[in-house]
Design a protein around this ligand. Structure first.
Ligand SMILES: NC(=O)c1ccc[n+]([C@@H]2O[C@H](COP(=O)([O-])OP(=O)(O)OC[C@H]3O[C@@H](n4cnc5c(N)ncnc54)[C@H](OP(=O)(O)O)[C@@H]3O)[C@@H](O)[C@H]2O)c1
Length: 226
């Protein structure tokens, strides 16, 4: 791989803009190609952020020359399909959270990456936040003694727009897949995966049937009070 890493982005929405803007601050990386469902949006985005290639469909990214890695920033429901395009072309792929809609999709993505020997990762930035890394290191080293409980919350107030990806079931709407994954990651990072029978969950639903809030409890028998 060349010393400058050529990035591509699939899906040019809100987080893609932030990613492209941040990429300007990374010394050995540049935005090389972008793909959108809309040709003019791809062109405008490429012009604004200095990408060489602009495609009006996602499939074209597979044949982009000199491309090292693609960041997938579509709504959740399209993560797997978009990843298949790049992985089948042997291109390293970074997939926005949540990685996939369900286990079946995730396994298919992992198997495809293995078959093509392509790098594949979920873009879960919490793992790389220095404060989180420090806290987890401290916990692992026993600096705070045995840990019995992790309590973690994430919420925000937003206008209930049924067409937005947050509320639209067709785009994977709902609190669990959007932000519930963050508290889950924290619990999993400290205690690992709980047994299925030790997971309890409750949610409130919008009229469209997406969870506007959810709460879950993981129990780990081995962390009981000594
Ligand atoms: N890591 C983080 O902190 C973070 C923060 C926000 C979001 N995310 C994740 O990033 C992903 C995108 O979120 P976002 O907030 O950027 O969403 P967004 O603003 O709605 O953008 C999603 C983009 O996907 C493309 N798209 C393709 N088919 C679509 C369809 N049927 N409906 C809507 N968009 C469609 C569109 O771009 P084109 O038409 O140009 O292809 C659209 O602009 C989500 O999976 C979300 O969980 C992560």
């Amino acid at each position: 791989m060349a010393s400058t890493i050529n990035w591509g982005i699939i899906g040019l929405g809100r987080i893609a803009r932030k990613f492209a803007d941040d990429l300007k601050r990374v010394p050995n990386a540049r935005l090389h190609a972008v793909a959108s469902t809309d040709t003019s949006r791809a062109r405008a985005f490429a012009d604004e952020f200095g990408a060489t290639h602009a495609y009006g469909n996602y499939e074209a990214m597979a044949n982009c020359p000199n491309l090292d890695v693609v960041y997938i920033a579509t709504p959740h429901t399209l993560h797997a399909a978009a990843a298949m395009i790049t992985l089948n072309a042997g291109i390293a792929t970074l997939v926005e959270k949540p990685f996939a809609m369900h286990y079946g999709e995730a396994i298919r993505m992992v198997e495809t990456a293995r078959r093509h020997r392509a790098f594949l990762m979920e873009a879960l930035w919490t793992r790389f936040i220095p404060g989180v890394q420090f806290a987890l290191d401290q916990a692992e080293q026993g600096a705070v003694g045995p840990i019995h409980t992790v309590k973690s919350d994430f919420g925000f107030r937003t206008a209930p727009d049924p067409s937005s990806r947050l509320f639209n079931p067709a785009l994977g709407g709902g609190s669990l897949l959007d932000i519930g994954i963050y508290p889950t990651l924290l619990a999993l990072s400290v205690f690992g995966k709980p047994e299925d029978e030790h997971i309890q969950a409750a949610a409130t639903f919008t009229p469209a049937g997406v969870d506007e809030s959810c709460a879950f409890s993981f129990q780990y028998p081995e962390t009981g009070w000594p």
